[in-house]
Design a protein around this ligand. Sequence first.
Ligand code: MG
Length: 141
Amino acid sequence: MPADPSDRGDDPRDDPGDQATTVAELRQLVEDFVAERDWSRYHSPKNLAMSIAIEAAELMEHFQWLEPAEAQRAMDDPVKRAAAAEELADVVGYCFAMAGAMGVDLSQAVRAKMLRNHEKYPAAVFRGKPSYERPADENLG
Ligand SMILES: [Mg+2]
């Protein structure tokens, strides 16, 4: 267990933010939290996949019934944005735990998937178009 509570990210004033935090550091935060509670026994890939979906639903709940512009404005409200950010953090935390349970290097997985996305959705073809508007004459992955 870390001696300094700020090492666990307890004090947001000490948080270095996205630009100075590694994926490995965040994965370790989640891993330590789980280990300190002996919860890894519950962290099967099945349970974690369900947990990701459940937390995603909790995130969606903050925008349910809002028009797109209302949902955007809601994020200008610090209280609403903080509440939604907590659910986003829950989703990401479970994603880190899932990567651990699967033995997946998340950075490699994201980069590999983005390479496939670049091939599947070339910017020259899809710029300004939703992904479901695939041109009929394009033979893309
Ligand atoms: Mg939650």
